[in-house]
Design a protein around this ligand. Sequence first.
Ligand code: KG4
Ligand code: ZN
Length: 357
Amino acid sequence: MKKKTIILGIESSCDETAVALIEENDNGVPSILSNIVSSQVDIHKEFGGVVPELAARSHIEKIDLIAKKAIRESGKNLEDIDAVAATAGPGLIVCLSVGLNFGKAVASFLNKPFIAVNHLEGHALSPKLVTKLEYPYLLLLISGGHSQYLSVQDLGKYKRLGTTIDDAVGEAFDKTAKLIGIEFPGGPLLEKFAEKGNPEKFQLPKPIINKGGCNLSFAGLKTAVLKISKKIKTNQDKYDLAASFQKTIEKILYRKSEVAFTEFKKISGKKRNTFVVAGGVAANKNIRKILTNLSLKENFEPIFPPLDLCGDNAAMIAMVGLEKFKIKKFDNFDHPAKPRWPLDSTAVFLKGAGIKL
Ligand code: KG4
Ligand code: ZN
């Protein structure tokens, strides 16, 4: 029997040290053999955000142990690995360097191909770990550092349809959470607060909702939350502000996704299309619900990664590695860490109201 391809994935772009092993399968959906994610939340909590130096130090301390654990849990041996895939960007350079250099060292030691992976492509392909996915598809990538609508044409081929002109959605969640008094990282807890609040209590702005195509903007929303947060007193006020904020985000994403659907339909030329929502914020239940409803209405098949694959993980990095392995797209050991690495390198920088300059 032919040996199945096994990829070792490594992720250290921000505050998660992660290593995973995946194995190619005959049905086109690979098996996750192990997927270890070690979060640094406790280290950064007291600072209210990720401190790059501390994050890098923790990656250095843990990467070896996490890798050993991932290999042990997979039931495989080092020699079974066919290629090593590591995140090379975008992210914090001091953090990226740890996983990237570790990956290069392992690949060199095993004398196996090395594959440098774009972290955003990892999120983009993450649903492939659980379901078959055909190109092209529309992707909404919503994480702590990115908020973009992209047409995913093929492996490595992306066309950006829209992007945030200021903050990312996850960043807006985290900043709002901080103003309400929720500790870092705020997104998941803000969702819990919102469950107990009245979403109609505070009227918040929806910046550039009717202009700039499917570009996004959240800075004005954050300023409005700041003003209200100075006046609120009770816990119920906090719940209401959380609920009102989340509801506003839902309305923005609903409207902008409608615009993105129209643009994507022109590209695909198909009546029935696929809409993938990925990244940390895709774990939000209400956002999943409203985007599912919109997709069904507009004849798009909605696909969300399972909750444990929405946030940063190394299985998604291994997934990109597997796709690149199949077409023998390998990288040299001098591949740099790239703090900035857009999926669509031709997309222009946006300013002001989200209009191309
Ligand atoms: O993809 P991710 O793990 O890391 C980046 O690549 O940025 O995304 C992290 C972001 C954080 O801003 C976090 O607050 C947000 O995703 N997030 C959520 C939820 N879970 C994570 N935001 C809203 N609701 C959630 N349930
Ligand atoms: Zn991420």
